[in-house]
Write a protein that binds this ligand. Structure first.
Ligand SMILES: [Zn+2]
Length: 244
């Protein structure tokens, strides 16, 4: 699978279930281009860059990170442009940057709850050698919100309240009527799969107030605005009714 053109200036590389690679986005400005998310490895980034080359698109000047989870950040070190993350994401990355990558150290982190089984399994599938794992922090850090003018197209990065993680960042592209939300819509796998109804409601309201047609999510096909709102509302209903 290679890069797909979604709108005049927006492209995406679909997610790959096999090693839990998330969808990567690309926004082409007149002056700068920006990618969404940092990929799960150097080879994920290389695949992305290769697919840009095939379409004659330049390597991104910036990469905006949607949240700290390994599959969205462990490729950051291989990104040529500057990486952008919110303050909470960077705090988490700083911790992971000190992790040791031996079989033993990984097993220990599962026991302490620092890491989870699902991530551990997929990291071992993605990496032939655990020693090649490299975690780095973002080059540019923001609090709450950051706007970028890429030339003819703007990006609004916003740390929002969402059930998936404290550091969930959405990237809104008003001119193209698209929003990238990473995994913001799903459970918090690092907190006993908690699915906080108030946070679901908050994310639904945030999205309802944005004018967009397409919502790009981390691990499935893009959704229409009404589909993501309907999904979040139905999750909220199920949980608050107690039959989730
Ligand atoms: Zn995630």
């Amino acid at each position: 699978m290679s890069l797909i053109k979604a709108t005049e200036r927006v492209y995406f590389l679909p997610n790959e279930q096999e090693t839990d690679r998330p969808l990567l986005g690309y926004i082409k400005g007149d002056k700068f281009s920006l990618m969404i998310d940092g990929g799960n490895s150097k080879s994920h980034i290389e695949k992305f860059n290769q697919s840009l080359k095939e379409l004659n698109l330049k390597i991104p000047d910036y990469a905006a990170i949607t949240h700290f989870h390994w599959d969205h950040t462990y490729g950051m070190h291989a990104i040529k442009g500057q990486t952008i993350g919110c303050k909470i994401t960077n705090k988490k990355l700083k911790i992971m940057a000190n992790w040791k990558w031996s079989d033993d150290a990984m097993k220990k982190r599962l026991l302490t709850g620092e890491d989870i089984e699902f991530a551990d399994t997929n990291i071992r599938k993605e990496y032939k050698s655990l020693q090649s794992i490299k975690v780095v922090t973002a080059d540019i850090v923001f609090n709450n919100e950051l706007e970028l003018d890429l030339g003819g197209v703007n990006i609004i990065l916003r740390n929002v309240i969402a059930p998936h993680s404290e550091d969930s960042v959405i990237a809104y592209v008003p001119e193209e009527k698209v929003v990238f939300i990473g995994d913001a819509y799903s459970k918090d796998y690092y907190d006993n799969c908690k699915y906080d109804p108030m946070k679901i409601k908050s994310l639904a309201t945030t999205l309802e107030n944005l004018d967009f047609n397409t919502c790009f999510v981390g691990h499935s096909n893009p959704l229409k605005k009404e589909e993501i709102i309907k999904f979040l509302n139905s999750q909220y209903e199920q949980i608050t009714k107690g039959d989730y």
